[in-house]
Design a binder for this molecule. Structure first.
Ligand code: HAM
Length: 425
């Protein structure tokens, strides 16, 4: 019988050393960009009380209804692996009274999320998000900044994308729209799919998100929420568009865009890639002014987004990915036990001086060591044999142009220093 425990669970995977360079570079890049926009990192637990997500995301959503990893812990309490981080961030904001001083709070996070979704290309059950949230502002410039940071981040990585923009109204104007939507839907229900029929009764707005081809002609005929916005929502939306235009950000109006989480009011947006297939959403977000109160906190205006790292990493231009692969600056090859001890000493010294060195514990012949150095993409190889040991001068071979010459340890340090400077210019 197959040992199933030797396989990752469906929808999960190992991120192996060969690809981790890309992930680390993207994460580092995110940290730099987010901090330029004055966002600070928050790390919330991966596991939370189930009620937090059931209330926050909405009981009728697919995420809460079908996709959460929920179980009872040893104390009998129902807990859930976080399917997203916004509810957790708001919980942390309330629990730590971060609203106390007034003003705005800007937070970002990077980490794994868990949704038991149907298997499909680009969908994982453990996936990674980078997200940012601004709490404490109802200014449409905050909405514009959230969109801008997401696009800036993608652009700076060389990833092409498109912004889809909508407003989903607020509790004062949305009910009127939903009433209209329901009455229009009544006419088409027998022709619509089972999911549409279920959603028409439970979470009417989500009908607009149906992807079934036969439903599309009817869905395209349904009224648009943007025609039902109250004066305040309409004003917020048009001011947001003015800020986006001033920032030179283009968008595609998407009057049928609804998101899979119930907390959104007013601004809702998605950033899609033209290069991905069906799962083309790279990022999604919007305003969630009522979420804090819904969770039992004070009234707080807030807006945020999250970006799917798994999808982003597949879109990174090849030349950038190669640049992010780990490469030793120096590979140390040695012949014989005394040379091995010297190699250990040199590697130790250089690592303390902050150079990336590779030293194998299974040396083999010089030829096989050089083969490994090439495979690892090392720039230089230091060769230590009996002769070199005796003279305290080592052979340095450049793998870029095959030159070889001799130097002492202090000369080696000097050379590595100038080689590093040269590769930076
Ligand atoms: P979301 O649209 O559910 O929003 O997820 C954001 C992004 O996470 C998606 O656009 C997609 O790139 C990625 N993603 C979602 N599910 C998967 C999956 N199964 N596999 C791979 N990638 C996935 C949220 O999570 C909200 N919390 C965003 C937000 C923050 N709204 C306000 N603040």
């Amino acid at each position: 019988m197959e040992d199933l425990y030797l396989k990752t669970l469906p929808g999960t995977r190992d991120l192996l050393p060969g690809e981790i360079g890309r992930w680390q570079a993207v994460e580092e890049h995110a940290r730099r960009i987010f901090s330029n926009y004055a966002f600070l990192e928050i790390r919330t637990p991966i596991i939370e009380a189930t009620e937090l997500f059931a209330r926050g995301i909405g009981g009728e959503t697919d995420i809460v209804g079908k996709e959460m990893y929920t179980f009872r812990d040893q104390s009998g309490r129902s807990v859930t692996l976080r399917p997203e981080a916004t509810a957790s961030v708001v919980r942390a904001y309330i629990q730590n009274t971060m609203y106390r001083g007034g003003g705005i709070t800007k937070l970002y996070y990077i980490g794994p999320m868990f949704r038991h979704e149907k298997k499909q290309k680009g969908r994982w059950r453990q996936f990674y998000q980078i997200g940012a949230e601004i709490l404490g502002s109802d200014h449409p410039a905050a909405d514009a900044e959230i969109i801008e940071i997401a696009l800036h981040f993608l652009q700076s990585l060389g990833v092409e994308s498109k912004l889809l923009l909508n407003s989903v109204g607020c509790p004062s104007c949305r009910p009127k729209y939903i009433e209209k939507l329901r009455s229009e839907l009544q006419k088409h229900l027998p022709k619509l799919c089972a999911d549409c029929n279920r959603r028409a009764a439970t979470n009417t707005l989500r009908v607009l998100d149906c992807k079934v081809e036969n439903c599309q002609p009817y869905i395209n005929e349904l009224p648009c929420i943007t025609d039902y916005l109250c004066v305040e929502c309409s004003d917020h939306f048009s001011r947001l568009k003015t800020y986006l235009e001033a920032a030179g950000i283009g968008y595609e109006p998407a009057p049928r865009l609804v998101r899979g989480l119930d907390y959104y009011v007013r601004t809702a947006f998605e950033i899609v890639s033209t290069e991905l297939g069906a799962q083309n959403a790279l990022a999604g977000g919007g305003r969630y002014d009522g979420l804090s109160e819904l969770l039992g906190g004070p009234p707080v205006h807030a807006i945020g987004f999250a970006l799917g790292l798994d999808r982003l990493v597949t879109l990174l231009p090849e030349e950038r990915s190669a640049q992010w692969q780990w490469r030793p600056e120096l590979f140390i090859a040695y012949m014989g036990e005394p040379a091995f001890n010297k190699a250990l000493e040199i590697a130790r010294e250089l690592r303390r001086l902050n150079y990336a060195c590779y030293l194998d514990f299974l040396p083999g012949s010089l030829k096989s060591q050089l083969r490994l150095a090439n495979k690892l993409g090392a720039k230089h190889v230091l060769i230590i044999g009996d002769q070199e040991l005796y003279r305290q001068r080592y052979a340095l071979k450049s793998l870029q142009d095959s030159r070889q010459w001799e130097l002492s340890f202090p000369e080696l340090v000097q050379y590595l220093q100038s080689a590093r400077k040269g590769s930076q210019t």
